[in-house]
Design a protein around this ligand. Structure first.
Ligand code: ATP
Ligand code: FE2
Length: 319
């Protein structure tokens, strides 16, 4: 069976094709970027403009036509409503025209399951660090349970917020990673509360240092501080749950420094660590296609709808 997955929750319009054996046949995407940030209606316009081309690129990569597709899936939430609607309407139209079953899936759950597929892990602690989310989760009693999370904003959005002030453009995560390579440490607040973390105070402190300190030093210190915080809570999650695997997923999983810190921590505990490959860390349609396979082949049906605020721990694991 082949599933075509459509992603459009936020900045990225993507499409991917995955087989029921977990073979990835295609991954095409185009992301909105700007100097200032995201205006939902503008981002939705971007998605409208690129959707047909992305679909064509995806089918070309897989060397198939829509006739060869068995299921169509799309991200039904969470996300920005105007963006979610573009994906939903497009997926629904493709499903109707080609007489294929349609299933809506949760974007965050898809980040988690593309993690276990691509790292070949079974029952890990999930460290999900993206734009909106920073969460530690485990699968337990039929759902993903949140062990700890950010109390204010996700780390990706925190980095992007700093980047906007510092004139680094959007998204800022990759630029901060580059700048940090030549920086040295200056002190920033460190905010861990039990299993939870908080980033907004650190970002405000970093922004205040912009006129006195070099951008390289601030970027280095932002990474050191925020990554040490999430490494600390990840270690605590491993100690509590006694799980033997930790995986890193979500857009910030592209960051080599974060990967290095988590690798060291896990090596000291003799726990297996793996980060999702960069091609599948940020938003893309492959994870939506895989989630479509998992849920549809296990009997789930969903009405064609959008759920802008749906949480990861609302979804019953039926696979
Ligand atoms: P969510 O999945 O929670 O809905 P999202 O879909 O907006 O959020 P992703 O596409 O998973 O998020 O991740 C995007 C984020 O990843 C951006 O905030 C971006 O700055 C960040 N990011 C991307 N590459 C890097 C990097 N190399 N270092 C740090 N952050 C990065
Ligand atoms: Fe995402």
């Amino acid at each position: 069976m082949l599933c075509l997955g459509i992603e459009s929750t936020a900045h990225t319009f993507g499409a991917g094709i995955v087989s029921s054996e977990g073979k990835i046949l295609a991954n095409a995407k185009d992301s909105y970027s700007s100097a200032t940030g995201m205006i939902p209606k503008e981002v939705a316009k971007h998605h409208e403009q690129v959707k047909e081309q992305i679909l064509a690129d995806t089918l070309k990569q897989a060397n198939i036509t829509l006739k060869n597709i068995d299921i169509i899936s799309y991200s039904h939430g969470p996300g920005l409503s105007p963006c979610l609607l573009v994906g939903k309407v497009f997926a629904e139209k493709l499903a109707k025209e080609n007489n294929k079953p349609l299933i809506g899936v949760n974007h965050c759950v898809a980040h988690l399951t593309i993690g276990t597929l691509t790292t070949q892990t079974k029952d890990p602690v999930y460290l999900y660090v993206s734009g909106v989310n920073t969460q530690l989760l485990v699968a337990s009693h039929g759902r993903f349970r949140i062990l700890g999370e950010t109390l204010d904003i996700g780390l990706g959005n925190a980095l992007d917020k700093f980047g906007r002030k510092a004139g680094l453009g959007f998204p800022a995560g990759p630029k901060i990673e580059q700048e940090a390579k030549a920086g040295k440490y200056i002190e920033l607040p460190y905010a861990v509360k039990g299993m939870d973390v908080s980033f907004s105070g650190i970002i405000t402190a970093a922004e205040r240092k912009l006129d006195k300190n070099s951008i390289k030093d601030i970027c280095y210190s932002l990474q050191e501080t925020c990554f040490a915080m999430i490494t600390e809570v990840s270690e605590r999650a491993l100690a509590h749950t006694k799980k033997q695997e930790l995986i890193l997923i979500g857009g910030v999983a592209a960051n080599k420094k974060l990967i290095k810190m988590l690798t060291l921590m896990c090596a000291e505990r003799s726990v297996r660590f793996a980060a999702v490959p960069t091609a599948y860390s940020g938003d893309q349609g492959v994870m939506i296609a895989w989630q479509g396979i998992l849920e549809y082949t296990n009997g789930r049906k969903t009405p064609a709808d959008i759920h802008p605020y749906q949480r990861t721990d609302e979804i019953d694991i039926n696979w």
